[in-house]
Design a binder for this molecule. Structure first.
Ligand SMILES: [Zn+2]
Length: 273
């Protein structure tokens, strides 16, 4: 006879769990997640949460992942209306601390990253230059002495909107040998140009945002753009589009997989310059 996956007691013929245990577990996970998700509106009672976890057969690892899910929801809710306040930041940090997340768990957590990103944006909005990330390794960029790297996105795809001209009609497929003194009949030029724009992936690499420039370092292309050379920014769910201040510049796109952060960061830094 199998044992109940929750309480470890005999579960009955061909059964893997007791219905009551499953119900307790479902109720416990729901309650804890909701308590954490609304933690910015009240106080979280750590002991109560530990007690619910114990009574609902929720293990330590699972409790941590429930807490992260709840925090993620709390941060999203807070960011809907505005950037995180210092009071909200404090509450979130206390939760990370109280539930014993270590440095490794934090640095690999998307939720913690979202918290840090929110704080970086708050700094920029308050006119401060954020100093919240530690850059590991050597960046392939030649920064100015007076500039500060603020964020680095890895594995960024760089796209350009390219216009291709090609001709339809006319003497398709015929090669014309240029000879001196030969007159080409007008009919040979009957084709008309078609302009077609295509989003073309140019490269993939690192995007570094500083207080003065956007740097891109890829396998084939590396460049920096000063904020005052950008005329417009376009937000996308997964990145940002820019248009440089030049008559024949094609729109360029950086896909960072976080349009919210990239757009807010870059536009607000550009506004300061
Ligand atoms: Zn059971």
């Amino acid at each position: 006879m199998g044992l109940c996956r929750f309480c470890d007691k005999p579960a009955g013929f061909l059964k893997k769990e007791h219905r009551e245990c499953r119900e307790k577990y479902n109720f416990g996970t729901f309650t804890i997640r909701s308590m954490i998700a609304s933690s910015l509106f009240g106080k979280v009672d750590k002991d109560e949460i530990f007690q619910i976890a114990r009574e609902s057969y929720i293990g330590e690892e699972e409790l941590k992942s429930l807490i992260l899910n709840g925090l993620d929801e709390a941060i999203d809710k807070a960011l809907e209306d505005n950037i995180l306040t210092e009071e909200e930041e404090e509450k979130l940090k206390v939760i990370f601390l109280e539930f014993g997340f270590n440095t490794d768990e934090l640095s690999s957590s998307k939720t913690y990253e979202k918290l840090i990103k929110s704080l970086v944006l708050r700094d920029v909005l308050e006119g401060k230059i954020p100093n919240r990330v530690k850059i590991e390794g050597v960046l392939p960029f030649n920064f100015l002495k007076s500039e500060t790297p603020i964020w680095i996105f890895n594995d960024v795809k760089y796209y350009q909107l390219k216009t291709y001209r090609h001709y339809v009609g006319g003497s398709d497929g015929v090669s014309i040998r240029v000879m001196k003194g030969v007159y080409y009949r007008v009919g040979g030029f009957r084709g008309y140009p078609i302009e077609e724009t295509k989003l073309t992936k140019v490269d993939e690499g690192i995007l570094c945002i500083t207080d003065k420039h956007i740097y891109f370092g890829g396998r084939v292309k590396s460049f920096r753009i000063s904020y005052d050379k950008i005329v417009s920014f376009t937000p996308y769910s997964d990145g940002i589009g820019i248009q440089r201040d030049s008559a024949n510049a094609e729109p360029e796109y950086f896909i960072t997989n976080d349009g919210w952060f990239t757009y807010n960061l870059v536009v607000n830094l550009a506004n300061r310059v």
